[in-house]
Design a protein around this ligand. Structure first.
Ligand SMILES: C[S@@+](CC[C@H](N)C(=O)[O-])C[C@H]1O[C@@H](n2cnc3c(N)ncnc32)[C@H](O)[C@@H]1O
Length: 294
C-alpha cells in the first residue's frame, strides 16, 4: 500500500491465501496471484518490467515473541524468495521481517551473501515504526538492496504519533467496524482497567490503550475471543477497522474475510506509513552519497 501511496505502479501481488489475495486485489486494484511460493511456480508477470521486488516472507519462525525455530519450514521461504530475486532480476529488492532475524544468524547471512553475489548493494535497518508516523511500539528489520545505488535509511518523520490521532479518525459505517462479540467477563475486565494498563496480569502487550501514547505492537491474536487491545474509552476490544487505522491503513481500506482474517491480516501487515517512507527512500536513491551502514 505504501509503495502505491508513494507513486509506484504496482504490477502484481502473490499470496497463498485466497482471502488475503482478495484484500490486495480489492484495495490495490491489481491482480494478486494465488500461488504457493514454496513450490516455486512461475509468476505470470513480465520479468523484464520489474523495478522493485518486495518480499514479506512469513516471520513466525523468526519472531522473538513466538517459539523461534531454525528448522521452521517457513524460514525457508526466505531462500525461495531469493531464488525469485535471481530469476526476476529486479533493480531493487526490499525484504521485511521481524527483529529476531538478525540474531538467527545463518538465514540473515544467506540474504546478504546471495544478494551480494547477484550484484546488489545492500543495507539493512532495524526501524522503529513510531519514527515513521505509526502510533505503535513496533520494530521491523528492512533489507534494501539495489543494483546501482547504495541504499540509505528511510527518512524519519518529525512528529510523535499517538493512539488518539488514529483510533478516533475512523469511518463509523466501515464494513470492518463491526464491534467484537465479547462475553460479560471480558467487558467487565476492560471496564475495570485504566488506560495504559494490562488487561491480564503479566501480559504487557495486552492492554487497554492509552490514547496519549503509542500502542504496543499489534499482533494477529489467533482465534481467541479475548482482545489483544481494548478501546481507550469504550469498554470493548478493537474492531478490525480500528486495528487497521493504528497500522496506518487509509480509512477506505477494506480487509476481506471475517474478523479473525481481519485480525491476522492487520497484525501481519507492514504499516503503510513505514512502507511509504521505504518507497520514498528508494525513489531518492540516485541522490545518495553511498554509505554502507553495516
Ligand atoms: C508476514 S505476512 C506479510 C503480509 C504482507 N506482505 C504485508 O506486508 O502486509 C506473510 C504472508 O505470506 C503468506 N504466505 C505464507 N506462506 C506462503 C507461501 N508458501 N506462498 C505464498 N504466500 C505465503 C502468508 O499468507 C502471509 O500473508
Amino acid at each position: 500500500m505504501g509503495f502505491k501511496q508513494a507513486g509506484f505502479e504496482i504490477l502484481a501481488g502473490v499470496e497463498k491465501e485466497e482471502v488475503y489475495a482478495d484484500t490486495f486485489q480489492n484495495n490495490i486494484k491489481k491482480e494478486c496471484f494465488i500461488l504457493d511460493l514454496s513450490k516455486q511456480p512461475k509468476i505470470p508477470v513480465d520479468y523484464n518490467n520489474v523495478d522493485v521486488l518486495i518480499g514479506g516472507p512469513p516471520c513466525q519462525g523468526f519472531s522473538l515473541s513466538g517459539n523461534r525455530d531454525v528448522d521452521d519450514e517457513r524460514n525457508s521461504l526466505i531462500s525461495v524468495f531469493l531464488d525469485y530475486v535471481e530469476a526476476i532480476d529486479p533493480k531493487t529488492v526490499v525484504i521485511e521481517n521481524v527483529e529476531g532475524i538478525k540474531s538467527l544468524g545463518e538465514e540473515f547471512e544467506l540474504i546478504q551473501n546471495k544478494l551480494n553475489s547477484y550484484g546488489y548493494f545492500l543495507n539493512y535497518y532495524q526501524l522503529d515504526c513510531s519514527k515513521y508516523n505509526v502510533p505503535q511500539k513496533r520494530e521491523r528489520v528492512i533489507v534494501i538492496a539495489d543494483k546501482k545505488y547504495i541504499p540509505n535509511k528511510p527518512m524519519q518523520v518529525n512528529n510523535t504519533p499517538k493512539v488518539k490521532d488514529f483510533i478516533y479518525d475512523i469511518d463509523e459505517d466501515h464494513v470492518n467496524h463491526e464491534i467484537p462479540n465479547q462475553d460479560d467477563n471480558t467487558i467487565q475486565r476492560i471496564a475495570q482497567t485504566n488506560q495504559g494498563e494490562p488487561l491480564y496480569e503479566n501480559y504487557n502487550q495486552r492492554i487497554r490503550l492509552n490514547e496519549n501514547e503509542l500502542a504496543p505492537t499489534i499482533v494477529c491474536g489467533g482465534t481467541r475471543p479475548q482482545p489483544q487491545l481494548a478501546h481507550p474509552k469504550e469498554d470493548r476490544g478493537l474492531t478490525v477497522h480500528e486495528r487497521a487505522r493504528l497500522q496506518t491503513f487509509p480509512k477506505e481500506y477494506i480487509f476481506c474475510g471475517g474478523k479473525v482474517d481481519g485480525r491476522v491480516q492487520t497484525g501481519n501487515a507492514v504499516p503503510p506509513n513505514l512502507s511509504k517512507s521505504i518507497a520514498q527512500a528508494i525513489k531518492k536513491m540516485p541522490e545518495n552519497k553511498g554509505v554502507f551502514d553495516y
